[in-house]
Design a protein around this ligand. Structure first.
Ligand SMILES: [Zn+2]
Length: 242
């Protein structure tokens, strides 16, 4: 074991995979959350950069990345290769298979963490506690119904540290925006397939960024409750309700 540098942010030097359990170096499960467009993926890449600069080795995971290939990509143009995981992926086995291949994994970056199954969040906690892998998870707080995603809820329940991403997203009115509205043909919808405005709009297609049909818009609570999308969306001050 080597002493780490005083200015080193890393808690301790990182032993080889097989030695991990003998050194009780504390690891942490950290969860960053916020609305769409708040810069979560950008922050994920920044954390990865900071960690790798310390000589640590990370594994980047994502689900349903908007670029369509397994990468963590941010809307300001940065991106990194990542591994695509699914609801059935056992994250403990994933990390152990990397170790078996001789690859170091000191930390995980998990983007789109709202899509994790709650059981996968528990797997992350186990990796932290039993295998001393640091986990940095990034995800949306709530879905378009303003309810916590299951993965987000579990992370809020078990993470060591929870941080609301501080980059402020603004509603069209200028107030801080925290709620993700799903908009189908220019109209906000609040429940799964139940479209707010009668029977004219098609059922929403979850997770698609299709232009025209379904889009997402971040709103303040007041305008989310009122379903007002702003002057550019549905005409000035108009509520698109019958
Ligand atoms: Zn507003």
């Amino acid at each position: 074991m080597t002493e780490h540098e005083p200015e080193d942010d890393v808690p301790t030097s990182v032993p080889a995979a097989g030695d991990r359990r003998r050194f009780p170096a504390p690891a942490h499960l950290v969860f960053f959350h916020g609305p769409m467009d708040c810069g979560k993926s950008t922050l994920a890449l920044q954390v990865d950069h900071n960690q790798s600069r310390q000589g640590r080795h990370g594994l980047l995971l994502t689900q349903g990345d908007r670029s369509g290939s397994p990468r963590i990509s941010s809307r300001v143009g940065l991106s990194q290769d990542a591994e695509e995981i699914g609801a059935g992926t056992d994250l403990r086995l994933l990390v152990r298979s990397r170790w078996a291949d001789g690859q170091r994994v000191d930390y995980l970056i998990v983007d789109e963490a709202q899509f994790l199954d709650p059981a996968q969040v528990d797997q992350l906690a186990e990796l932290v506690d039993e295998w001393h892998v640091d986990v940095y998870a990034f995800g949306l707080t709530t879905d378009f119904r303003s309810r916590l995603f299951p993965g987000t809820q579990r992370l809020l329940e078990v993470a060591d540290t929870v941080e609301r991403v501080q980059v402020q997203v603004l509603c069209w009115c200028g107030l801080p925006a925290r709620l993700n509205a799903r908009v189908v043909d220019g109209v906000m919808v609040r429940e799964g397939a139940t479209v707010v405005v009668a029977d004219t709009a098609p059922p929403p297609v979850p997770g698609t960024g299709e232009a025209g049909a379904v889009r997402y818009q971040v709103l303040c609570r007041r305008h989310y409750v009122r379903g007002e999308l702003g002057p550019t969306a549905a005409g000035p001050g108009q509520l698109a309700l019958p």
